[in-house]
Design a protein around this ligand. Structure first.
Ligand code: PLP
Length: 382
């Protein structure tokens, strides 16, 4: 049975009804392949190019800078593997709190003669710029730091980090998957060479994303074949999903101010209640995207709390939702210096468009009941 209240929007979001409507004709009709010359093909091509403009506009880029991919993971892999494959091996420096879609491909470069270095973060979850400068004393080809973290919501000063990378001769990639739709994003102002984004975090469809590239960047494709996306991503375009992604970007941009205002209000209400119940909220001293709360109670496993709250009808996540089959403590919290036992207690509530005050209040009441019940069960103070 589905949980009645969904607080896991950083994992994925429900498709916006307006986006679904826009996608349906491309799923129902005889489909044109965007590479075909006939009218069906031209219609599909025009829809893809319209979406490219919408996506570019959401991040302040030119449409020619947008390469569509199957999502954030592919965009990250394309950035890390595609950019480094044009360079002589040196070091790829990624922050210690990156999503596996960045740190795994960075590790895999080892087999191609590269070193992978982790840039440490402070206790508040922000990249230490001193540590980065220190690290960049060794020859570094590429730096990758995410714009906003999927677990804590903490925002990095990407413009400052890009400047440091550039002054040391390194290129700069940012995974902005969790930032899109939650804060203003401007590719040029951030000074990055590459940026990954994904549709399903902003009420677009799953299975669509993009890599935004600085035009001067030399990059090799991961997928070779028919030469779509200017040879950078072969494979017939997922037209319906790309159309949905474009429209979701449009809505995200237009509704950003109101959305962030509402999310901040709900998140603050939630966190006031969490504080009353004795929770520690991770990363709250740093700037954060407004929808995310990552918190823990002493002597309480995150998994236990997630299951208990699911029974009460509330969907929250333990640790990183993207690796929720893992019982390891969050690598993000360990990098922030949180003790492993306490980190194992971390749970994330990530709010979204469908949430309201009544749901927050209901959640806090159910949480209080569960904490009392679990306290009695284990006879341990929580
Ligand atoms: N990067 C971050 C920060 C994410 O949170 C996620 C998904 O949770 C991804 C990348 C992967 O994106 P996708 O699910 O579109 O492959």
């Amino acid at each position: 049975m589905n949980a009645a209240v969904y607080f896991d929007h950083n994992a994925t979001t429900a498709l916006d009804a307006r986006v679904l409507e826009a996608m349906l004709p491309f799923l129902r009709q005889p489909q044109g392949n965007p590479t075909s010359r006939h009218s069906f093909g031209r219609q599909a091509r025009s829809a893809v190019e319209n979406a490219r403009e919408q996506v570019a506009s959401a991040v302040g880029a030119h449409p020619s800078q947008v390469t569509f991919t199957s999502g954030g993971t592919e965009a990250d892999n394309l950035a890390i593997c595609g950019i480094t494959s044009t360079m002589p091996p040196s070091t790829v420096a990624v922050s210690a709190i990156e999503h596996p879609a960045v740190f795994r491909p960075a590790q895999a470069l080892f087999g191609r003669g590269w070193q992978s270095a982790r840039i440490p973060v402070t206790g508040a979850g922000q990249v230490s710029t001193d540590a980065l400068r220190n690290l960049l004393r060794q020859k570094t080809g590429l730096v990758s730091v995410m714009t906003a973290n999927n677990e804590t919501g903490v925002i990095q000063d990407i413009a400052a980090i890009s400047e440091i990378a550039r002054s040391h001769g390194a290129l700069m990639h940012t995974d902005a998957v969790q930032a899109l739709g939650k804060m203003k994003l401007d590719f040029n102002a951030l000074g990055v060479n590459a940026m990954s984004i994904s549709a399903h975090k902003i009420r677009g469809p799953q299975g669509a994303g993009a890599l935004i590239l600085d035009k001067r960047v030399d990059i090799q494709p991961l997928l070779r074949g028919g030469g779509q996306e200017k040879g950078l991503r072969s494979g017939t375009e997922n037209v319906a999903a790309i159309v949905g992604f474009g429209l979701a970007c449009d809505h995200a941009t237009r509704e950003l101010t109101e959305h962030t205002r509402r999310m901040t209000q709900l998140r603050d209400r939630l966190e006031a209640g969490l504080h009353r119940l004795g929770a520690t909220i991770f990363g709250s001293e740093a700037p954060r995207v407004p929808n995310t709360s990552f918190f823990a109670f002493p002597n309480l496993e995150g998994e236990t709390l997630v299951m208990a709250m699911d029974k009460q009808g509330y969907a929250i996540a333990s640790g990183s939702a993207c690796s929720s089959d893992s019982t390891e403590p969050s690598h993000v919290l360990l990098a922030m210096g949180i003790a492993p036992d306490f980190a194992r207690g971390a749970v994330r509530a990530s709010l979204g468009a469908g949430n309201d005050e009544a749901q927050i209040d209901g959640f806090l009441r159910a949480l209080e009941n569960e904490l009392n019940r679990l306290k009695q069960l284990t006879a341990v103070a929580v």
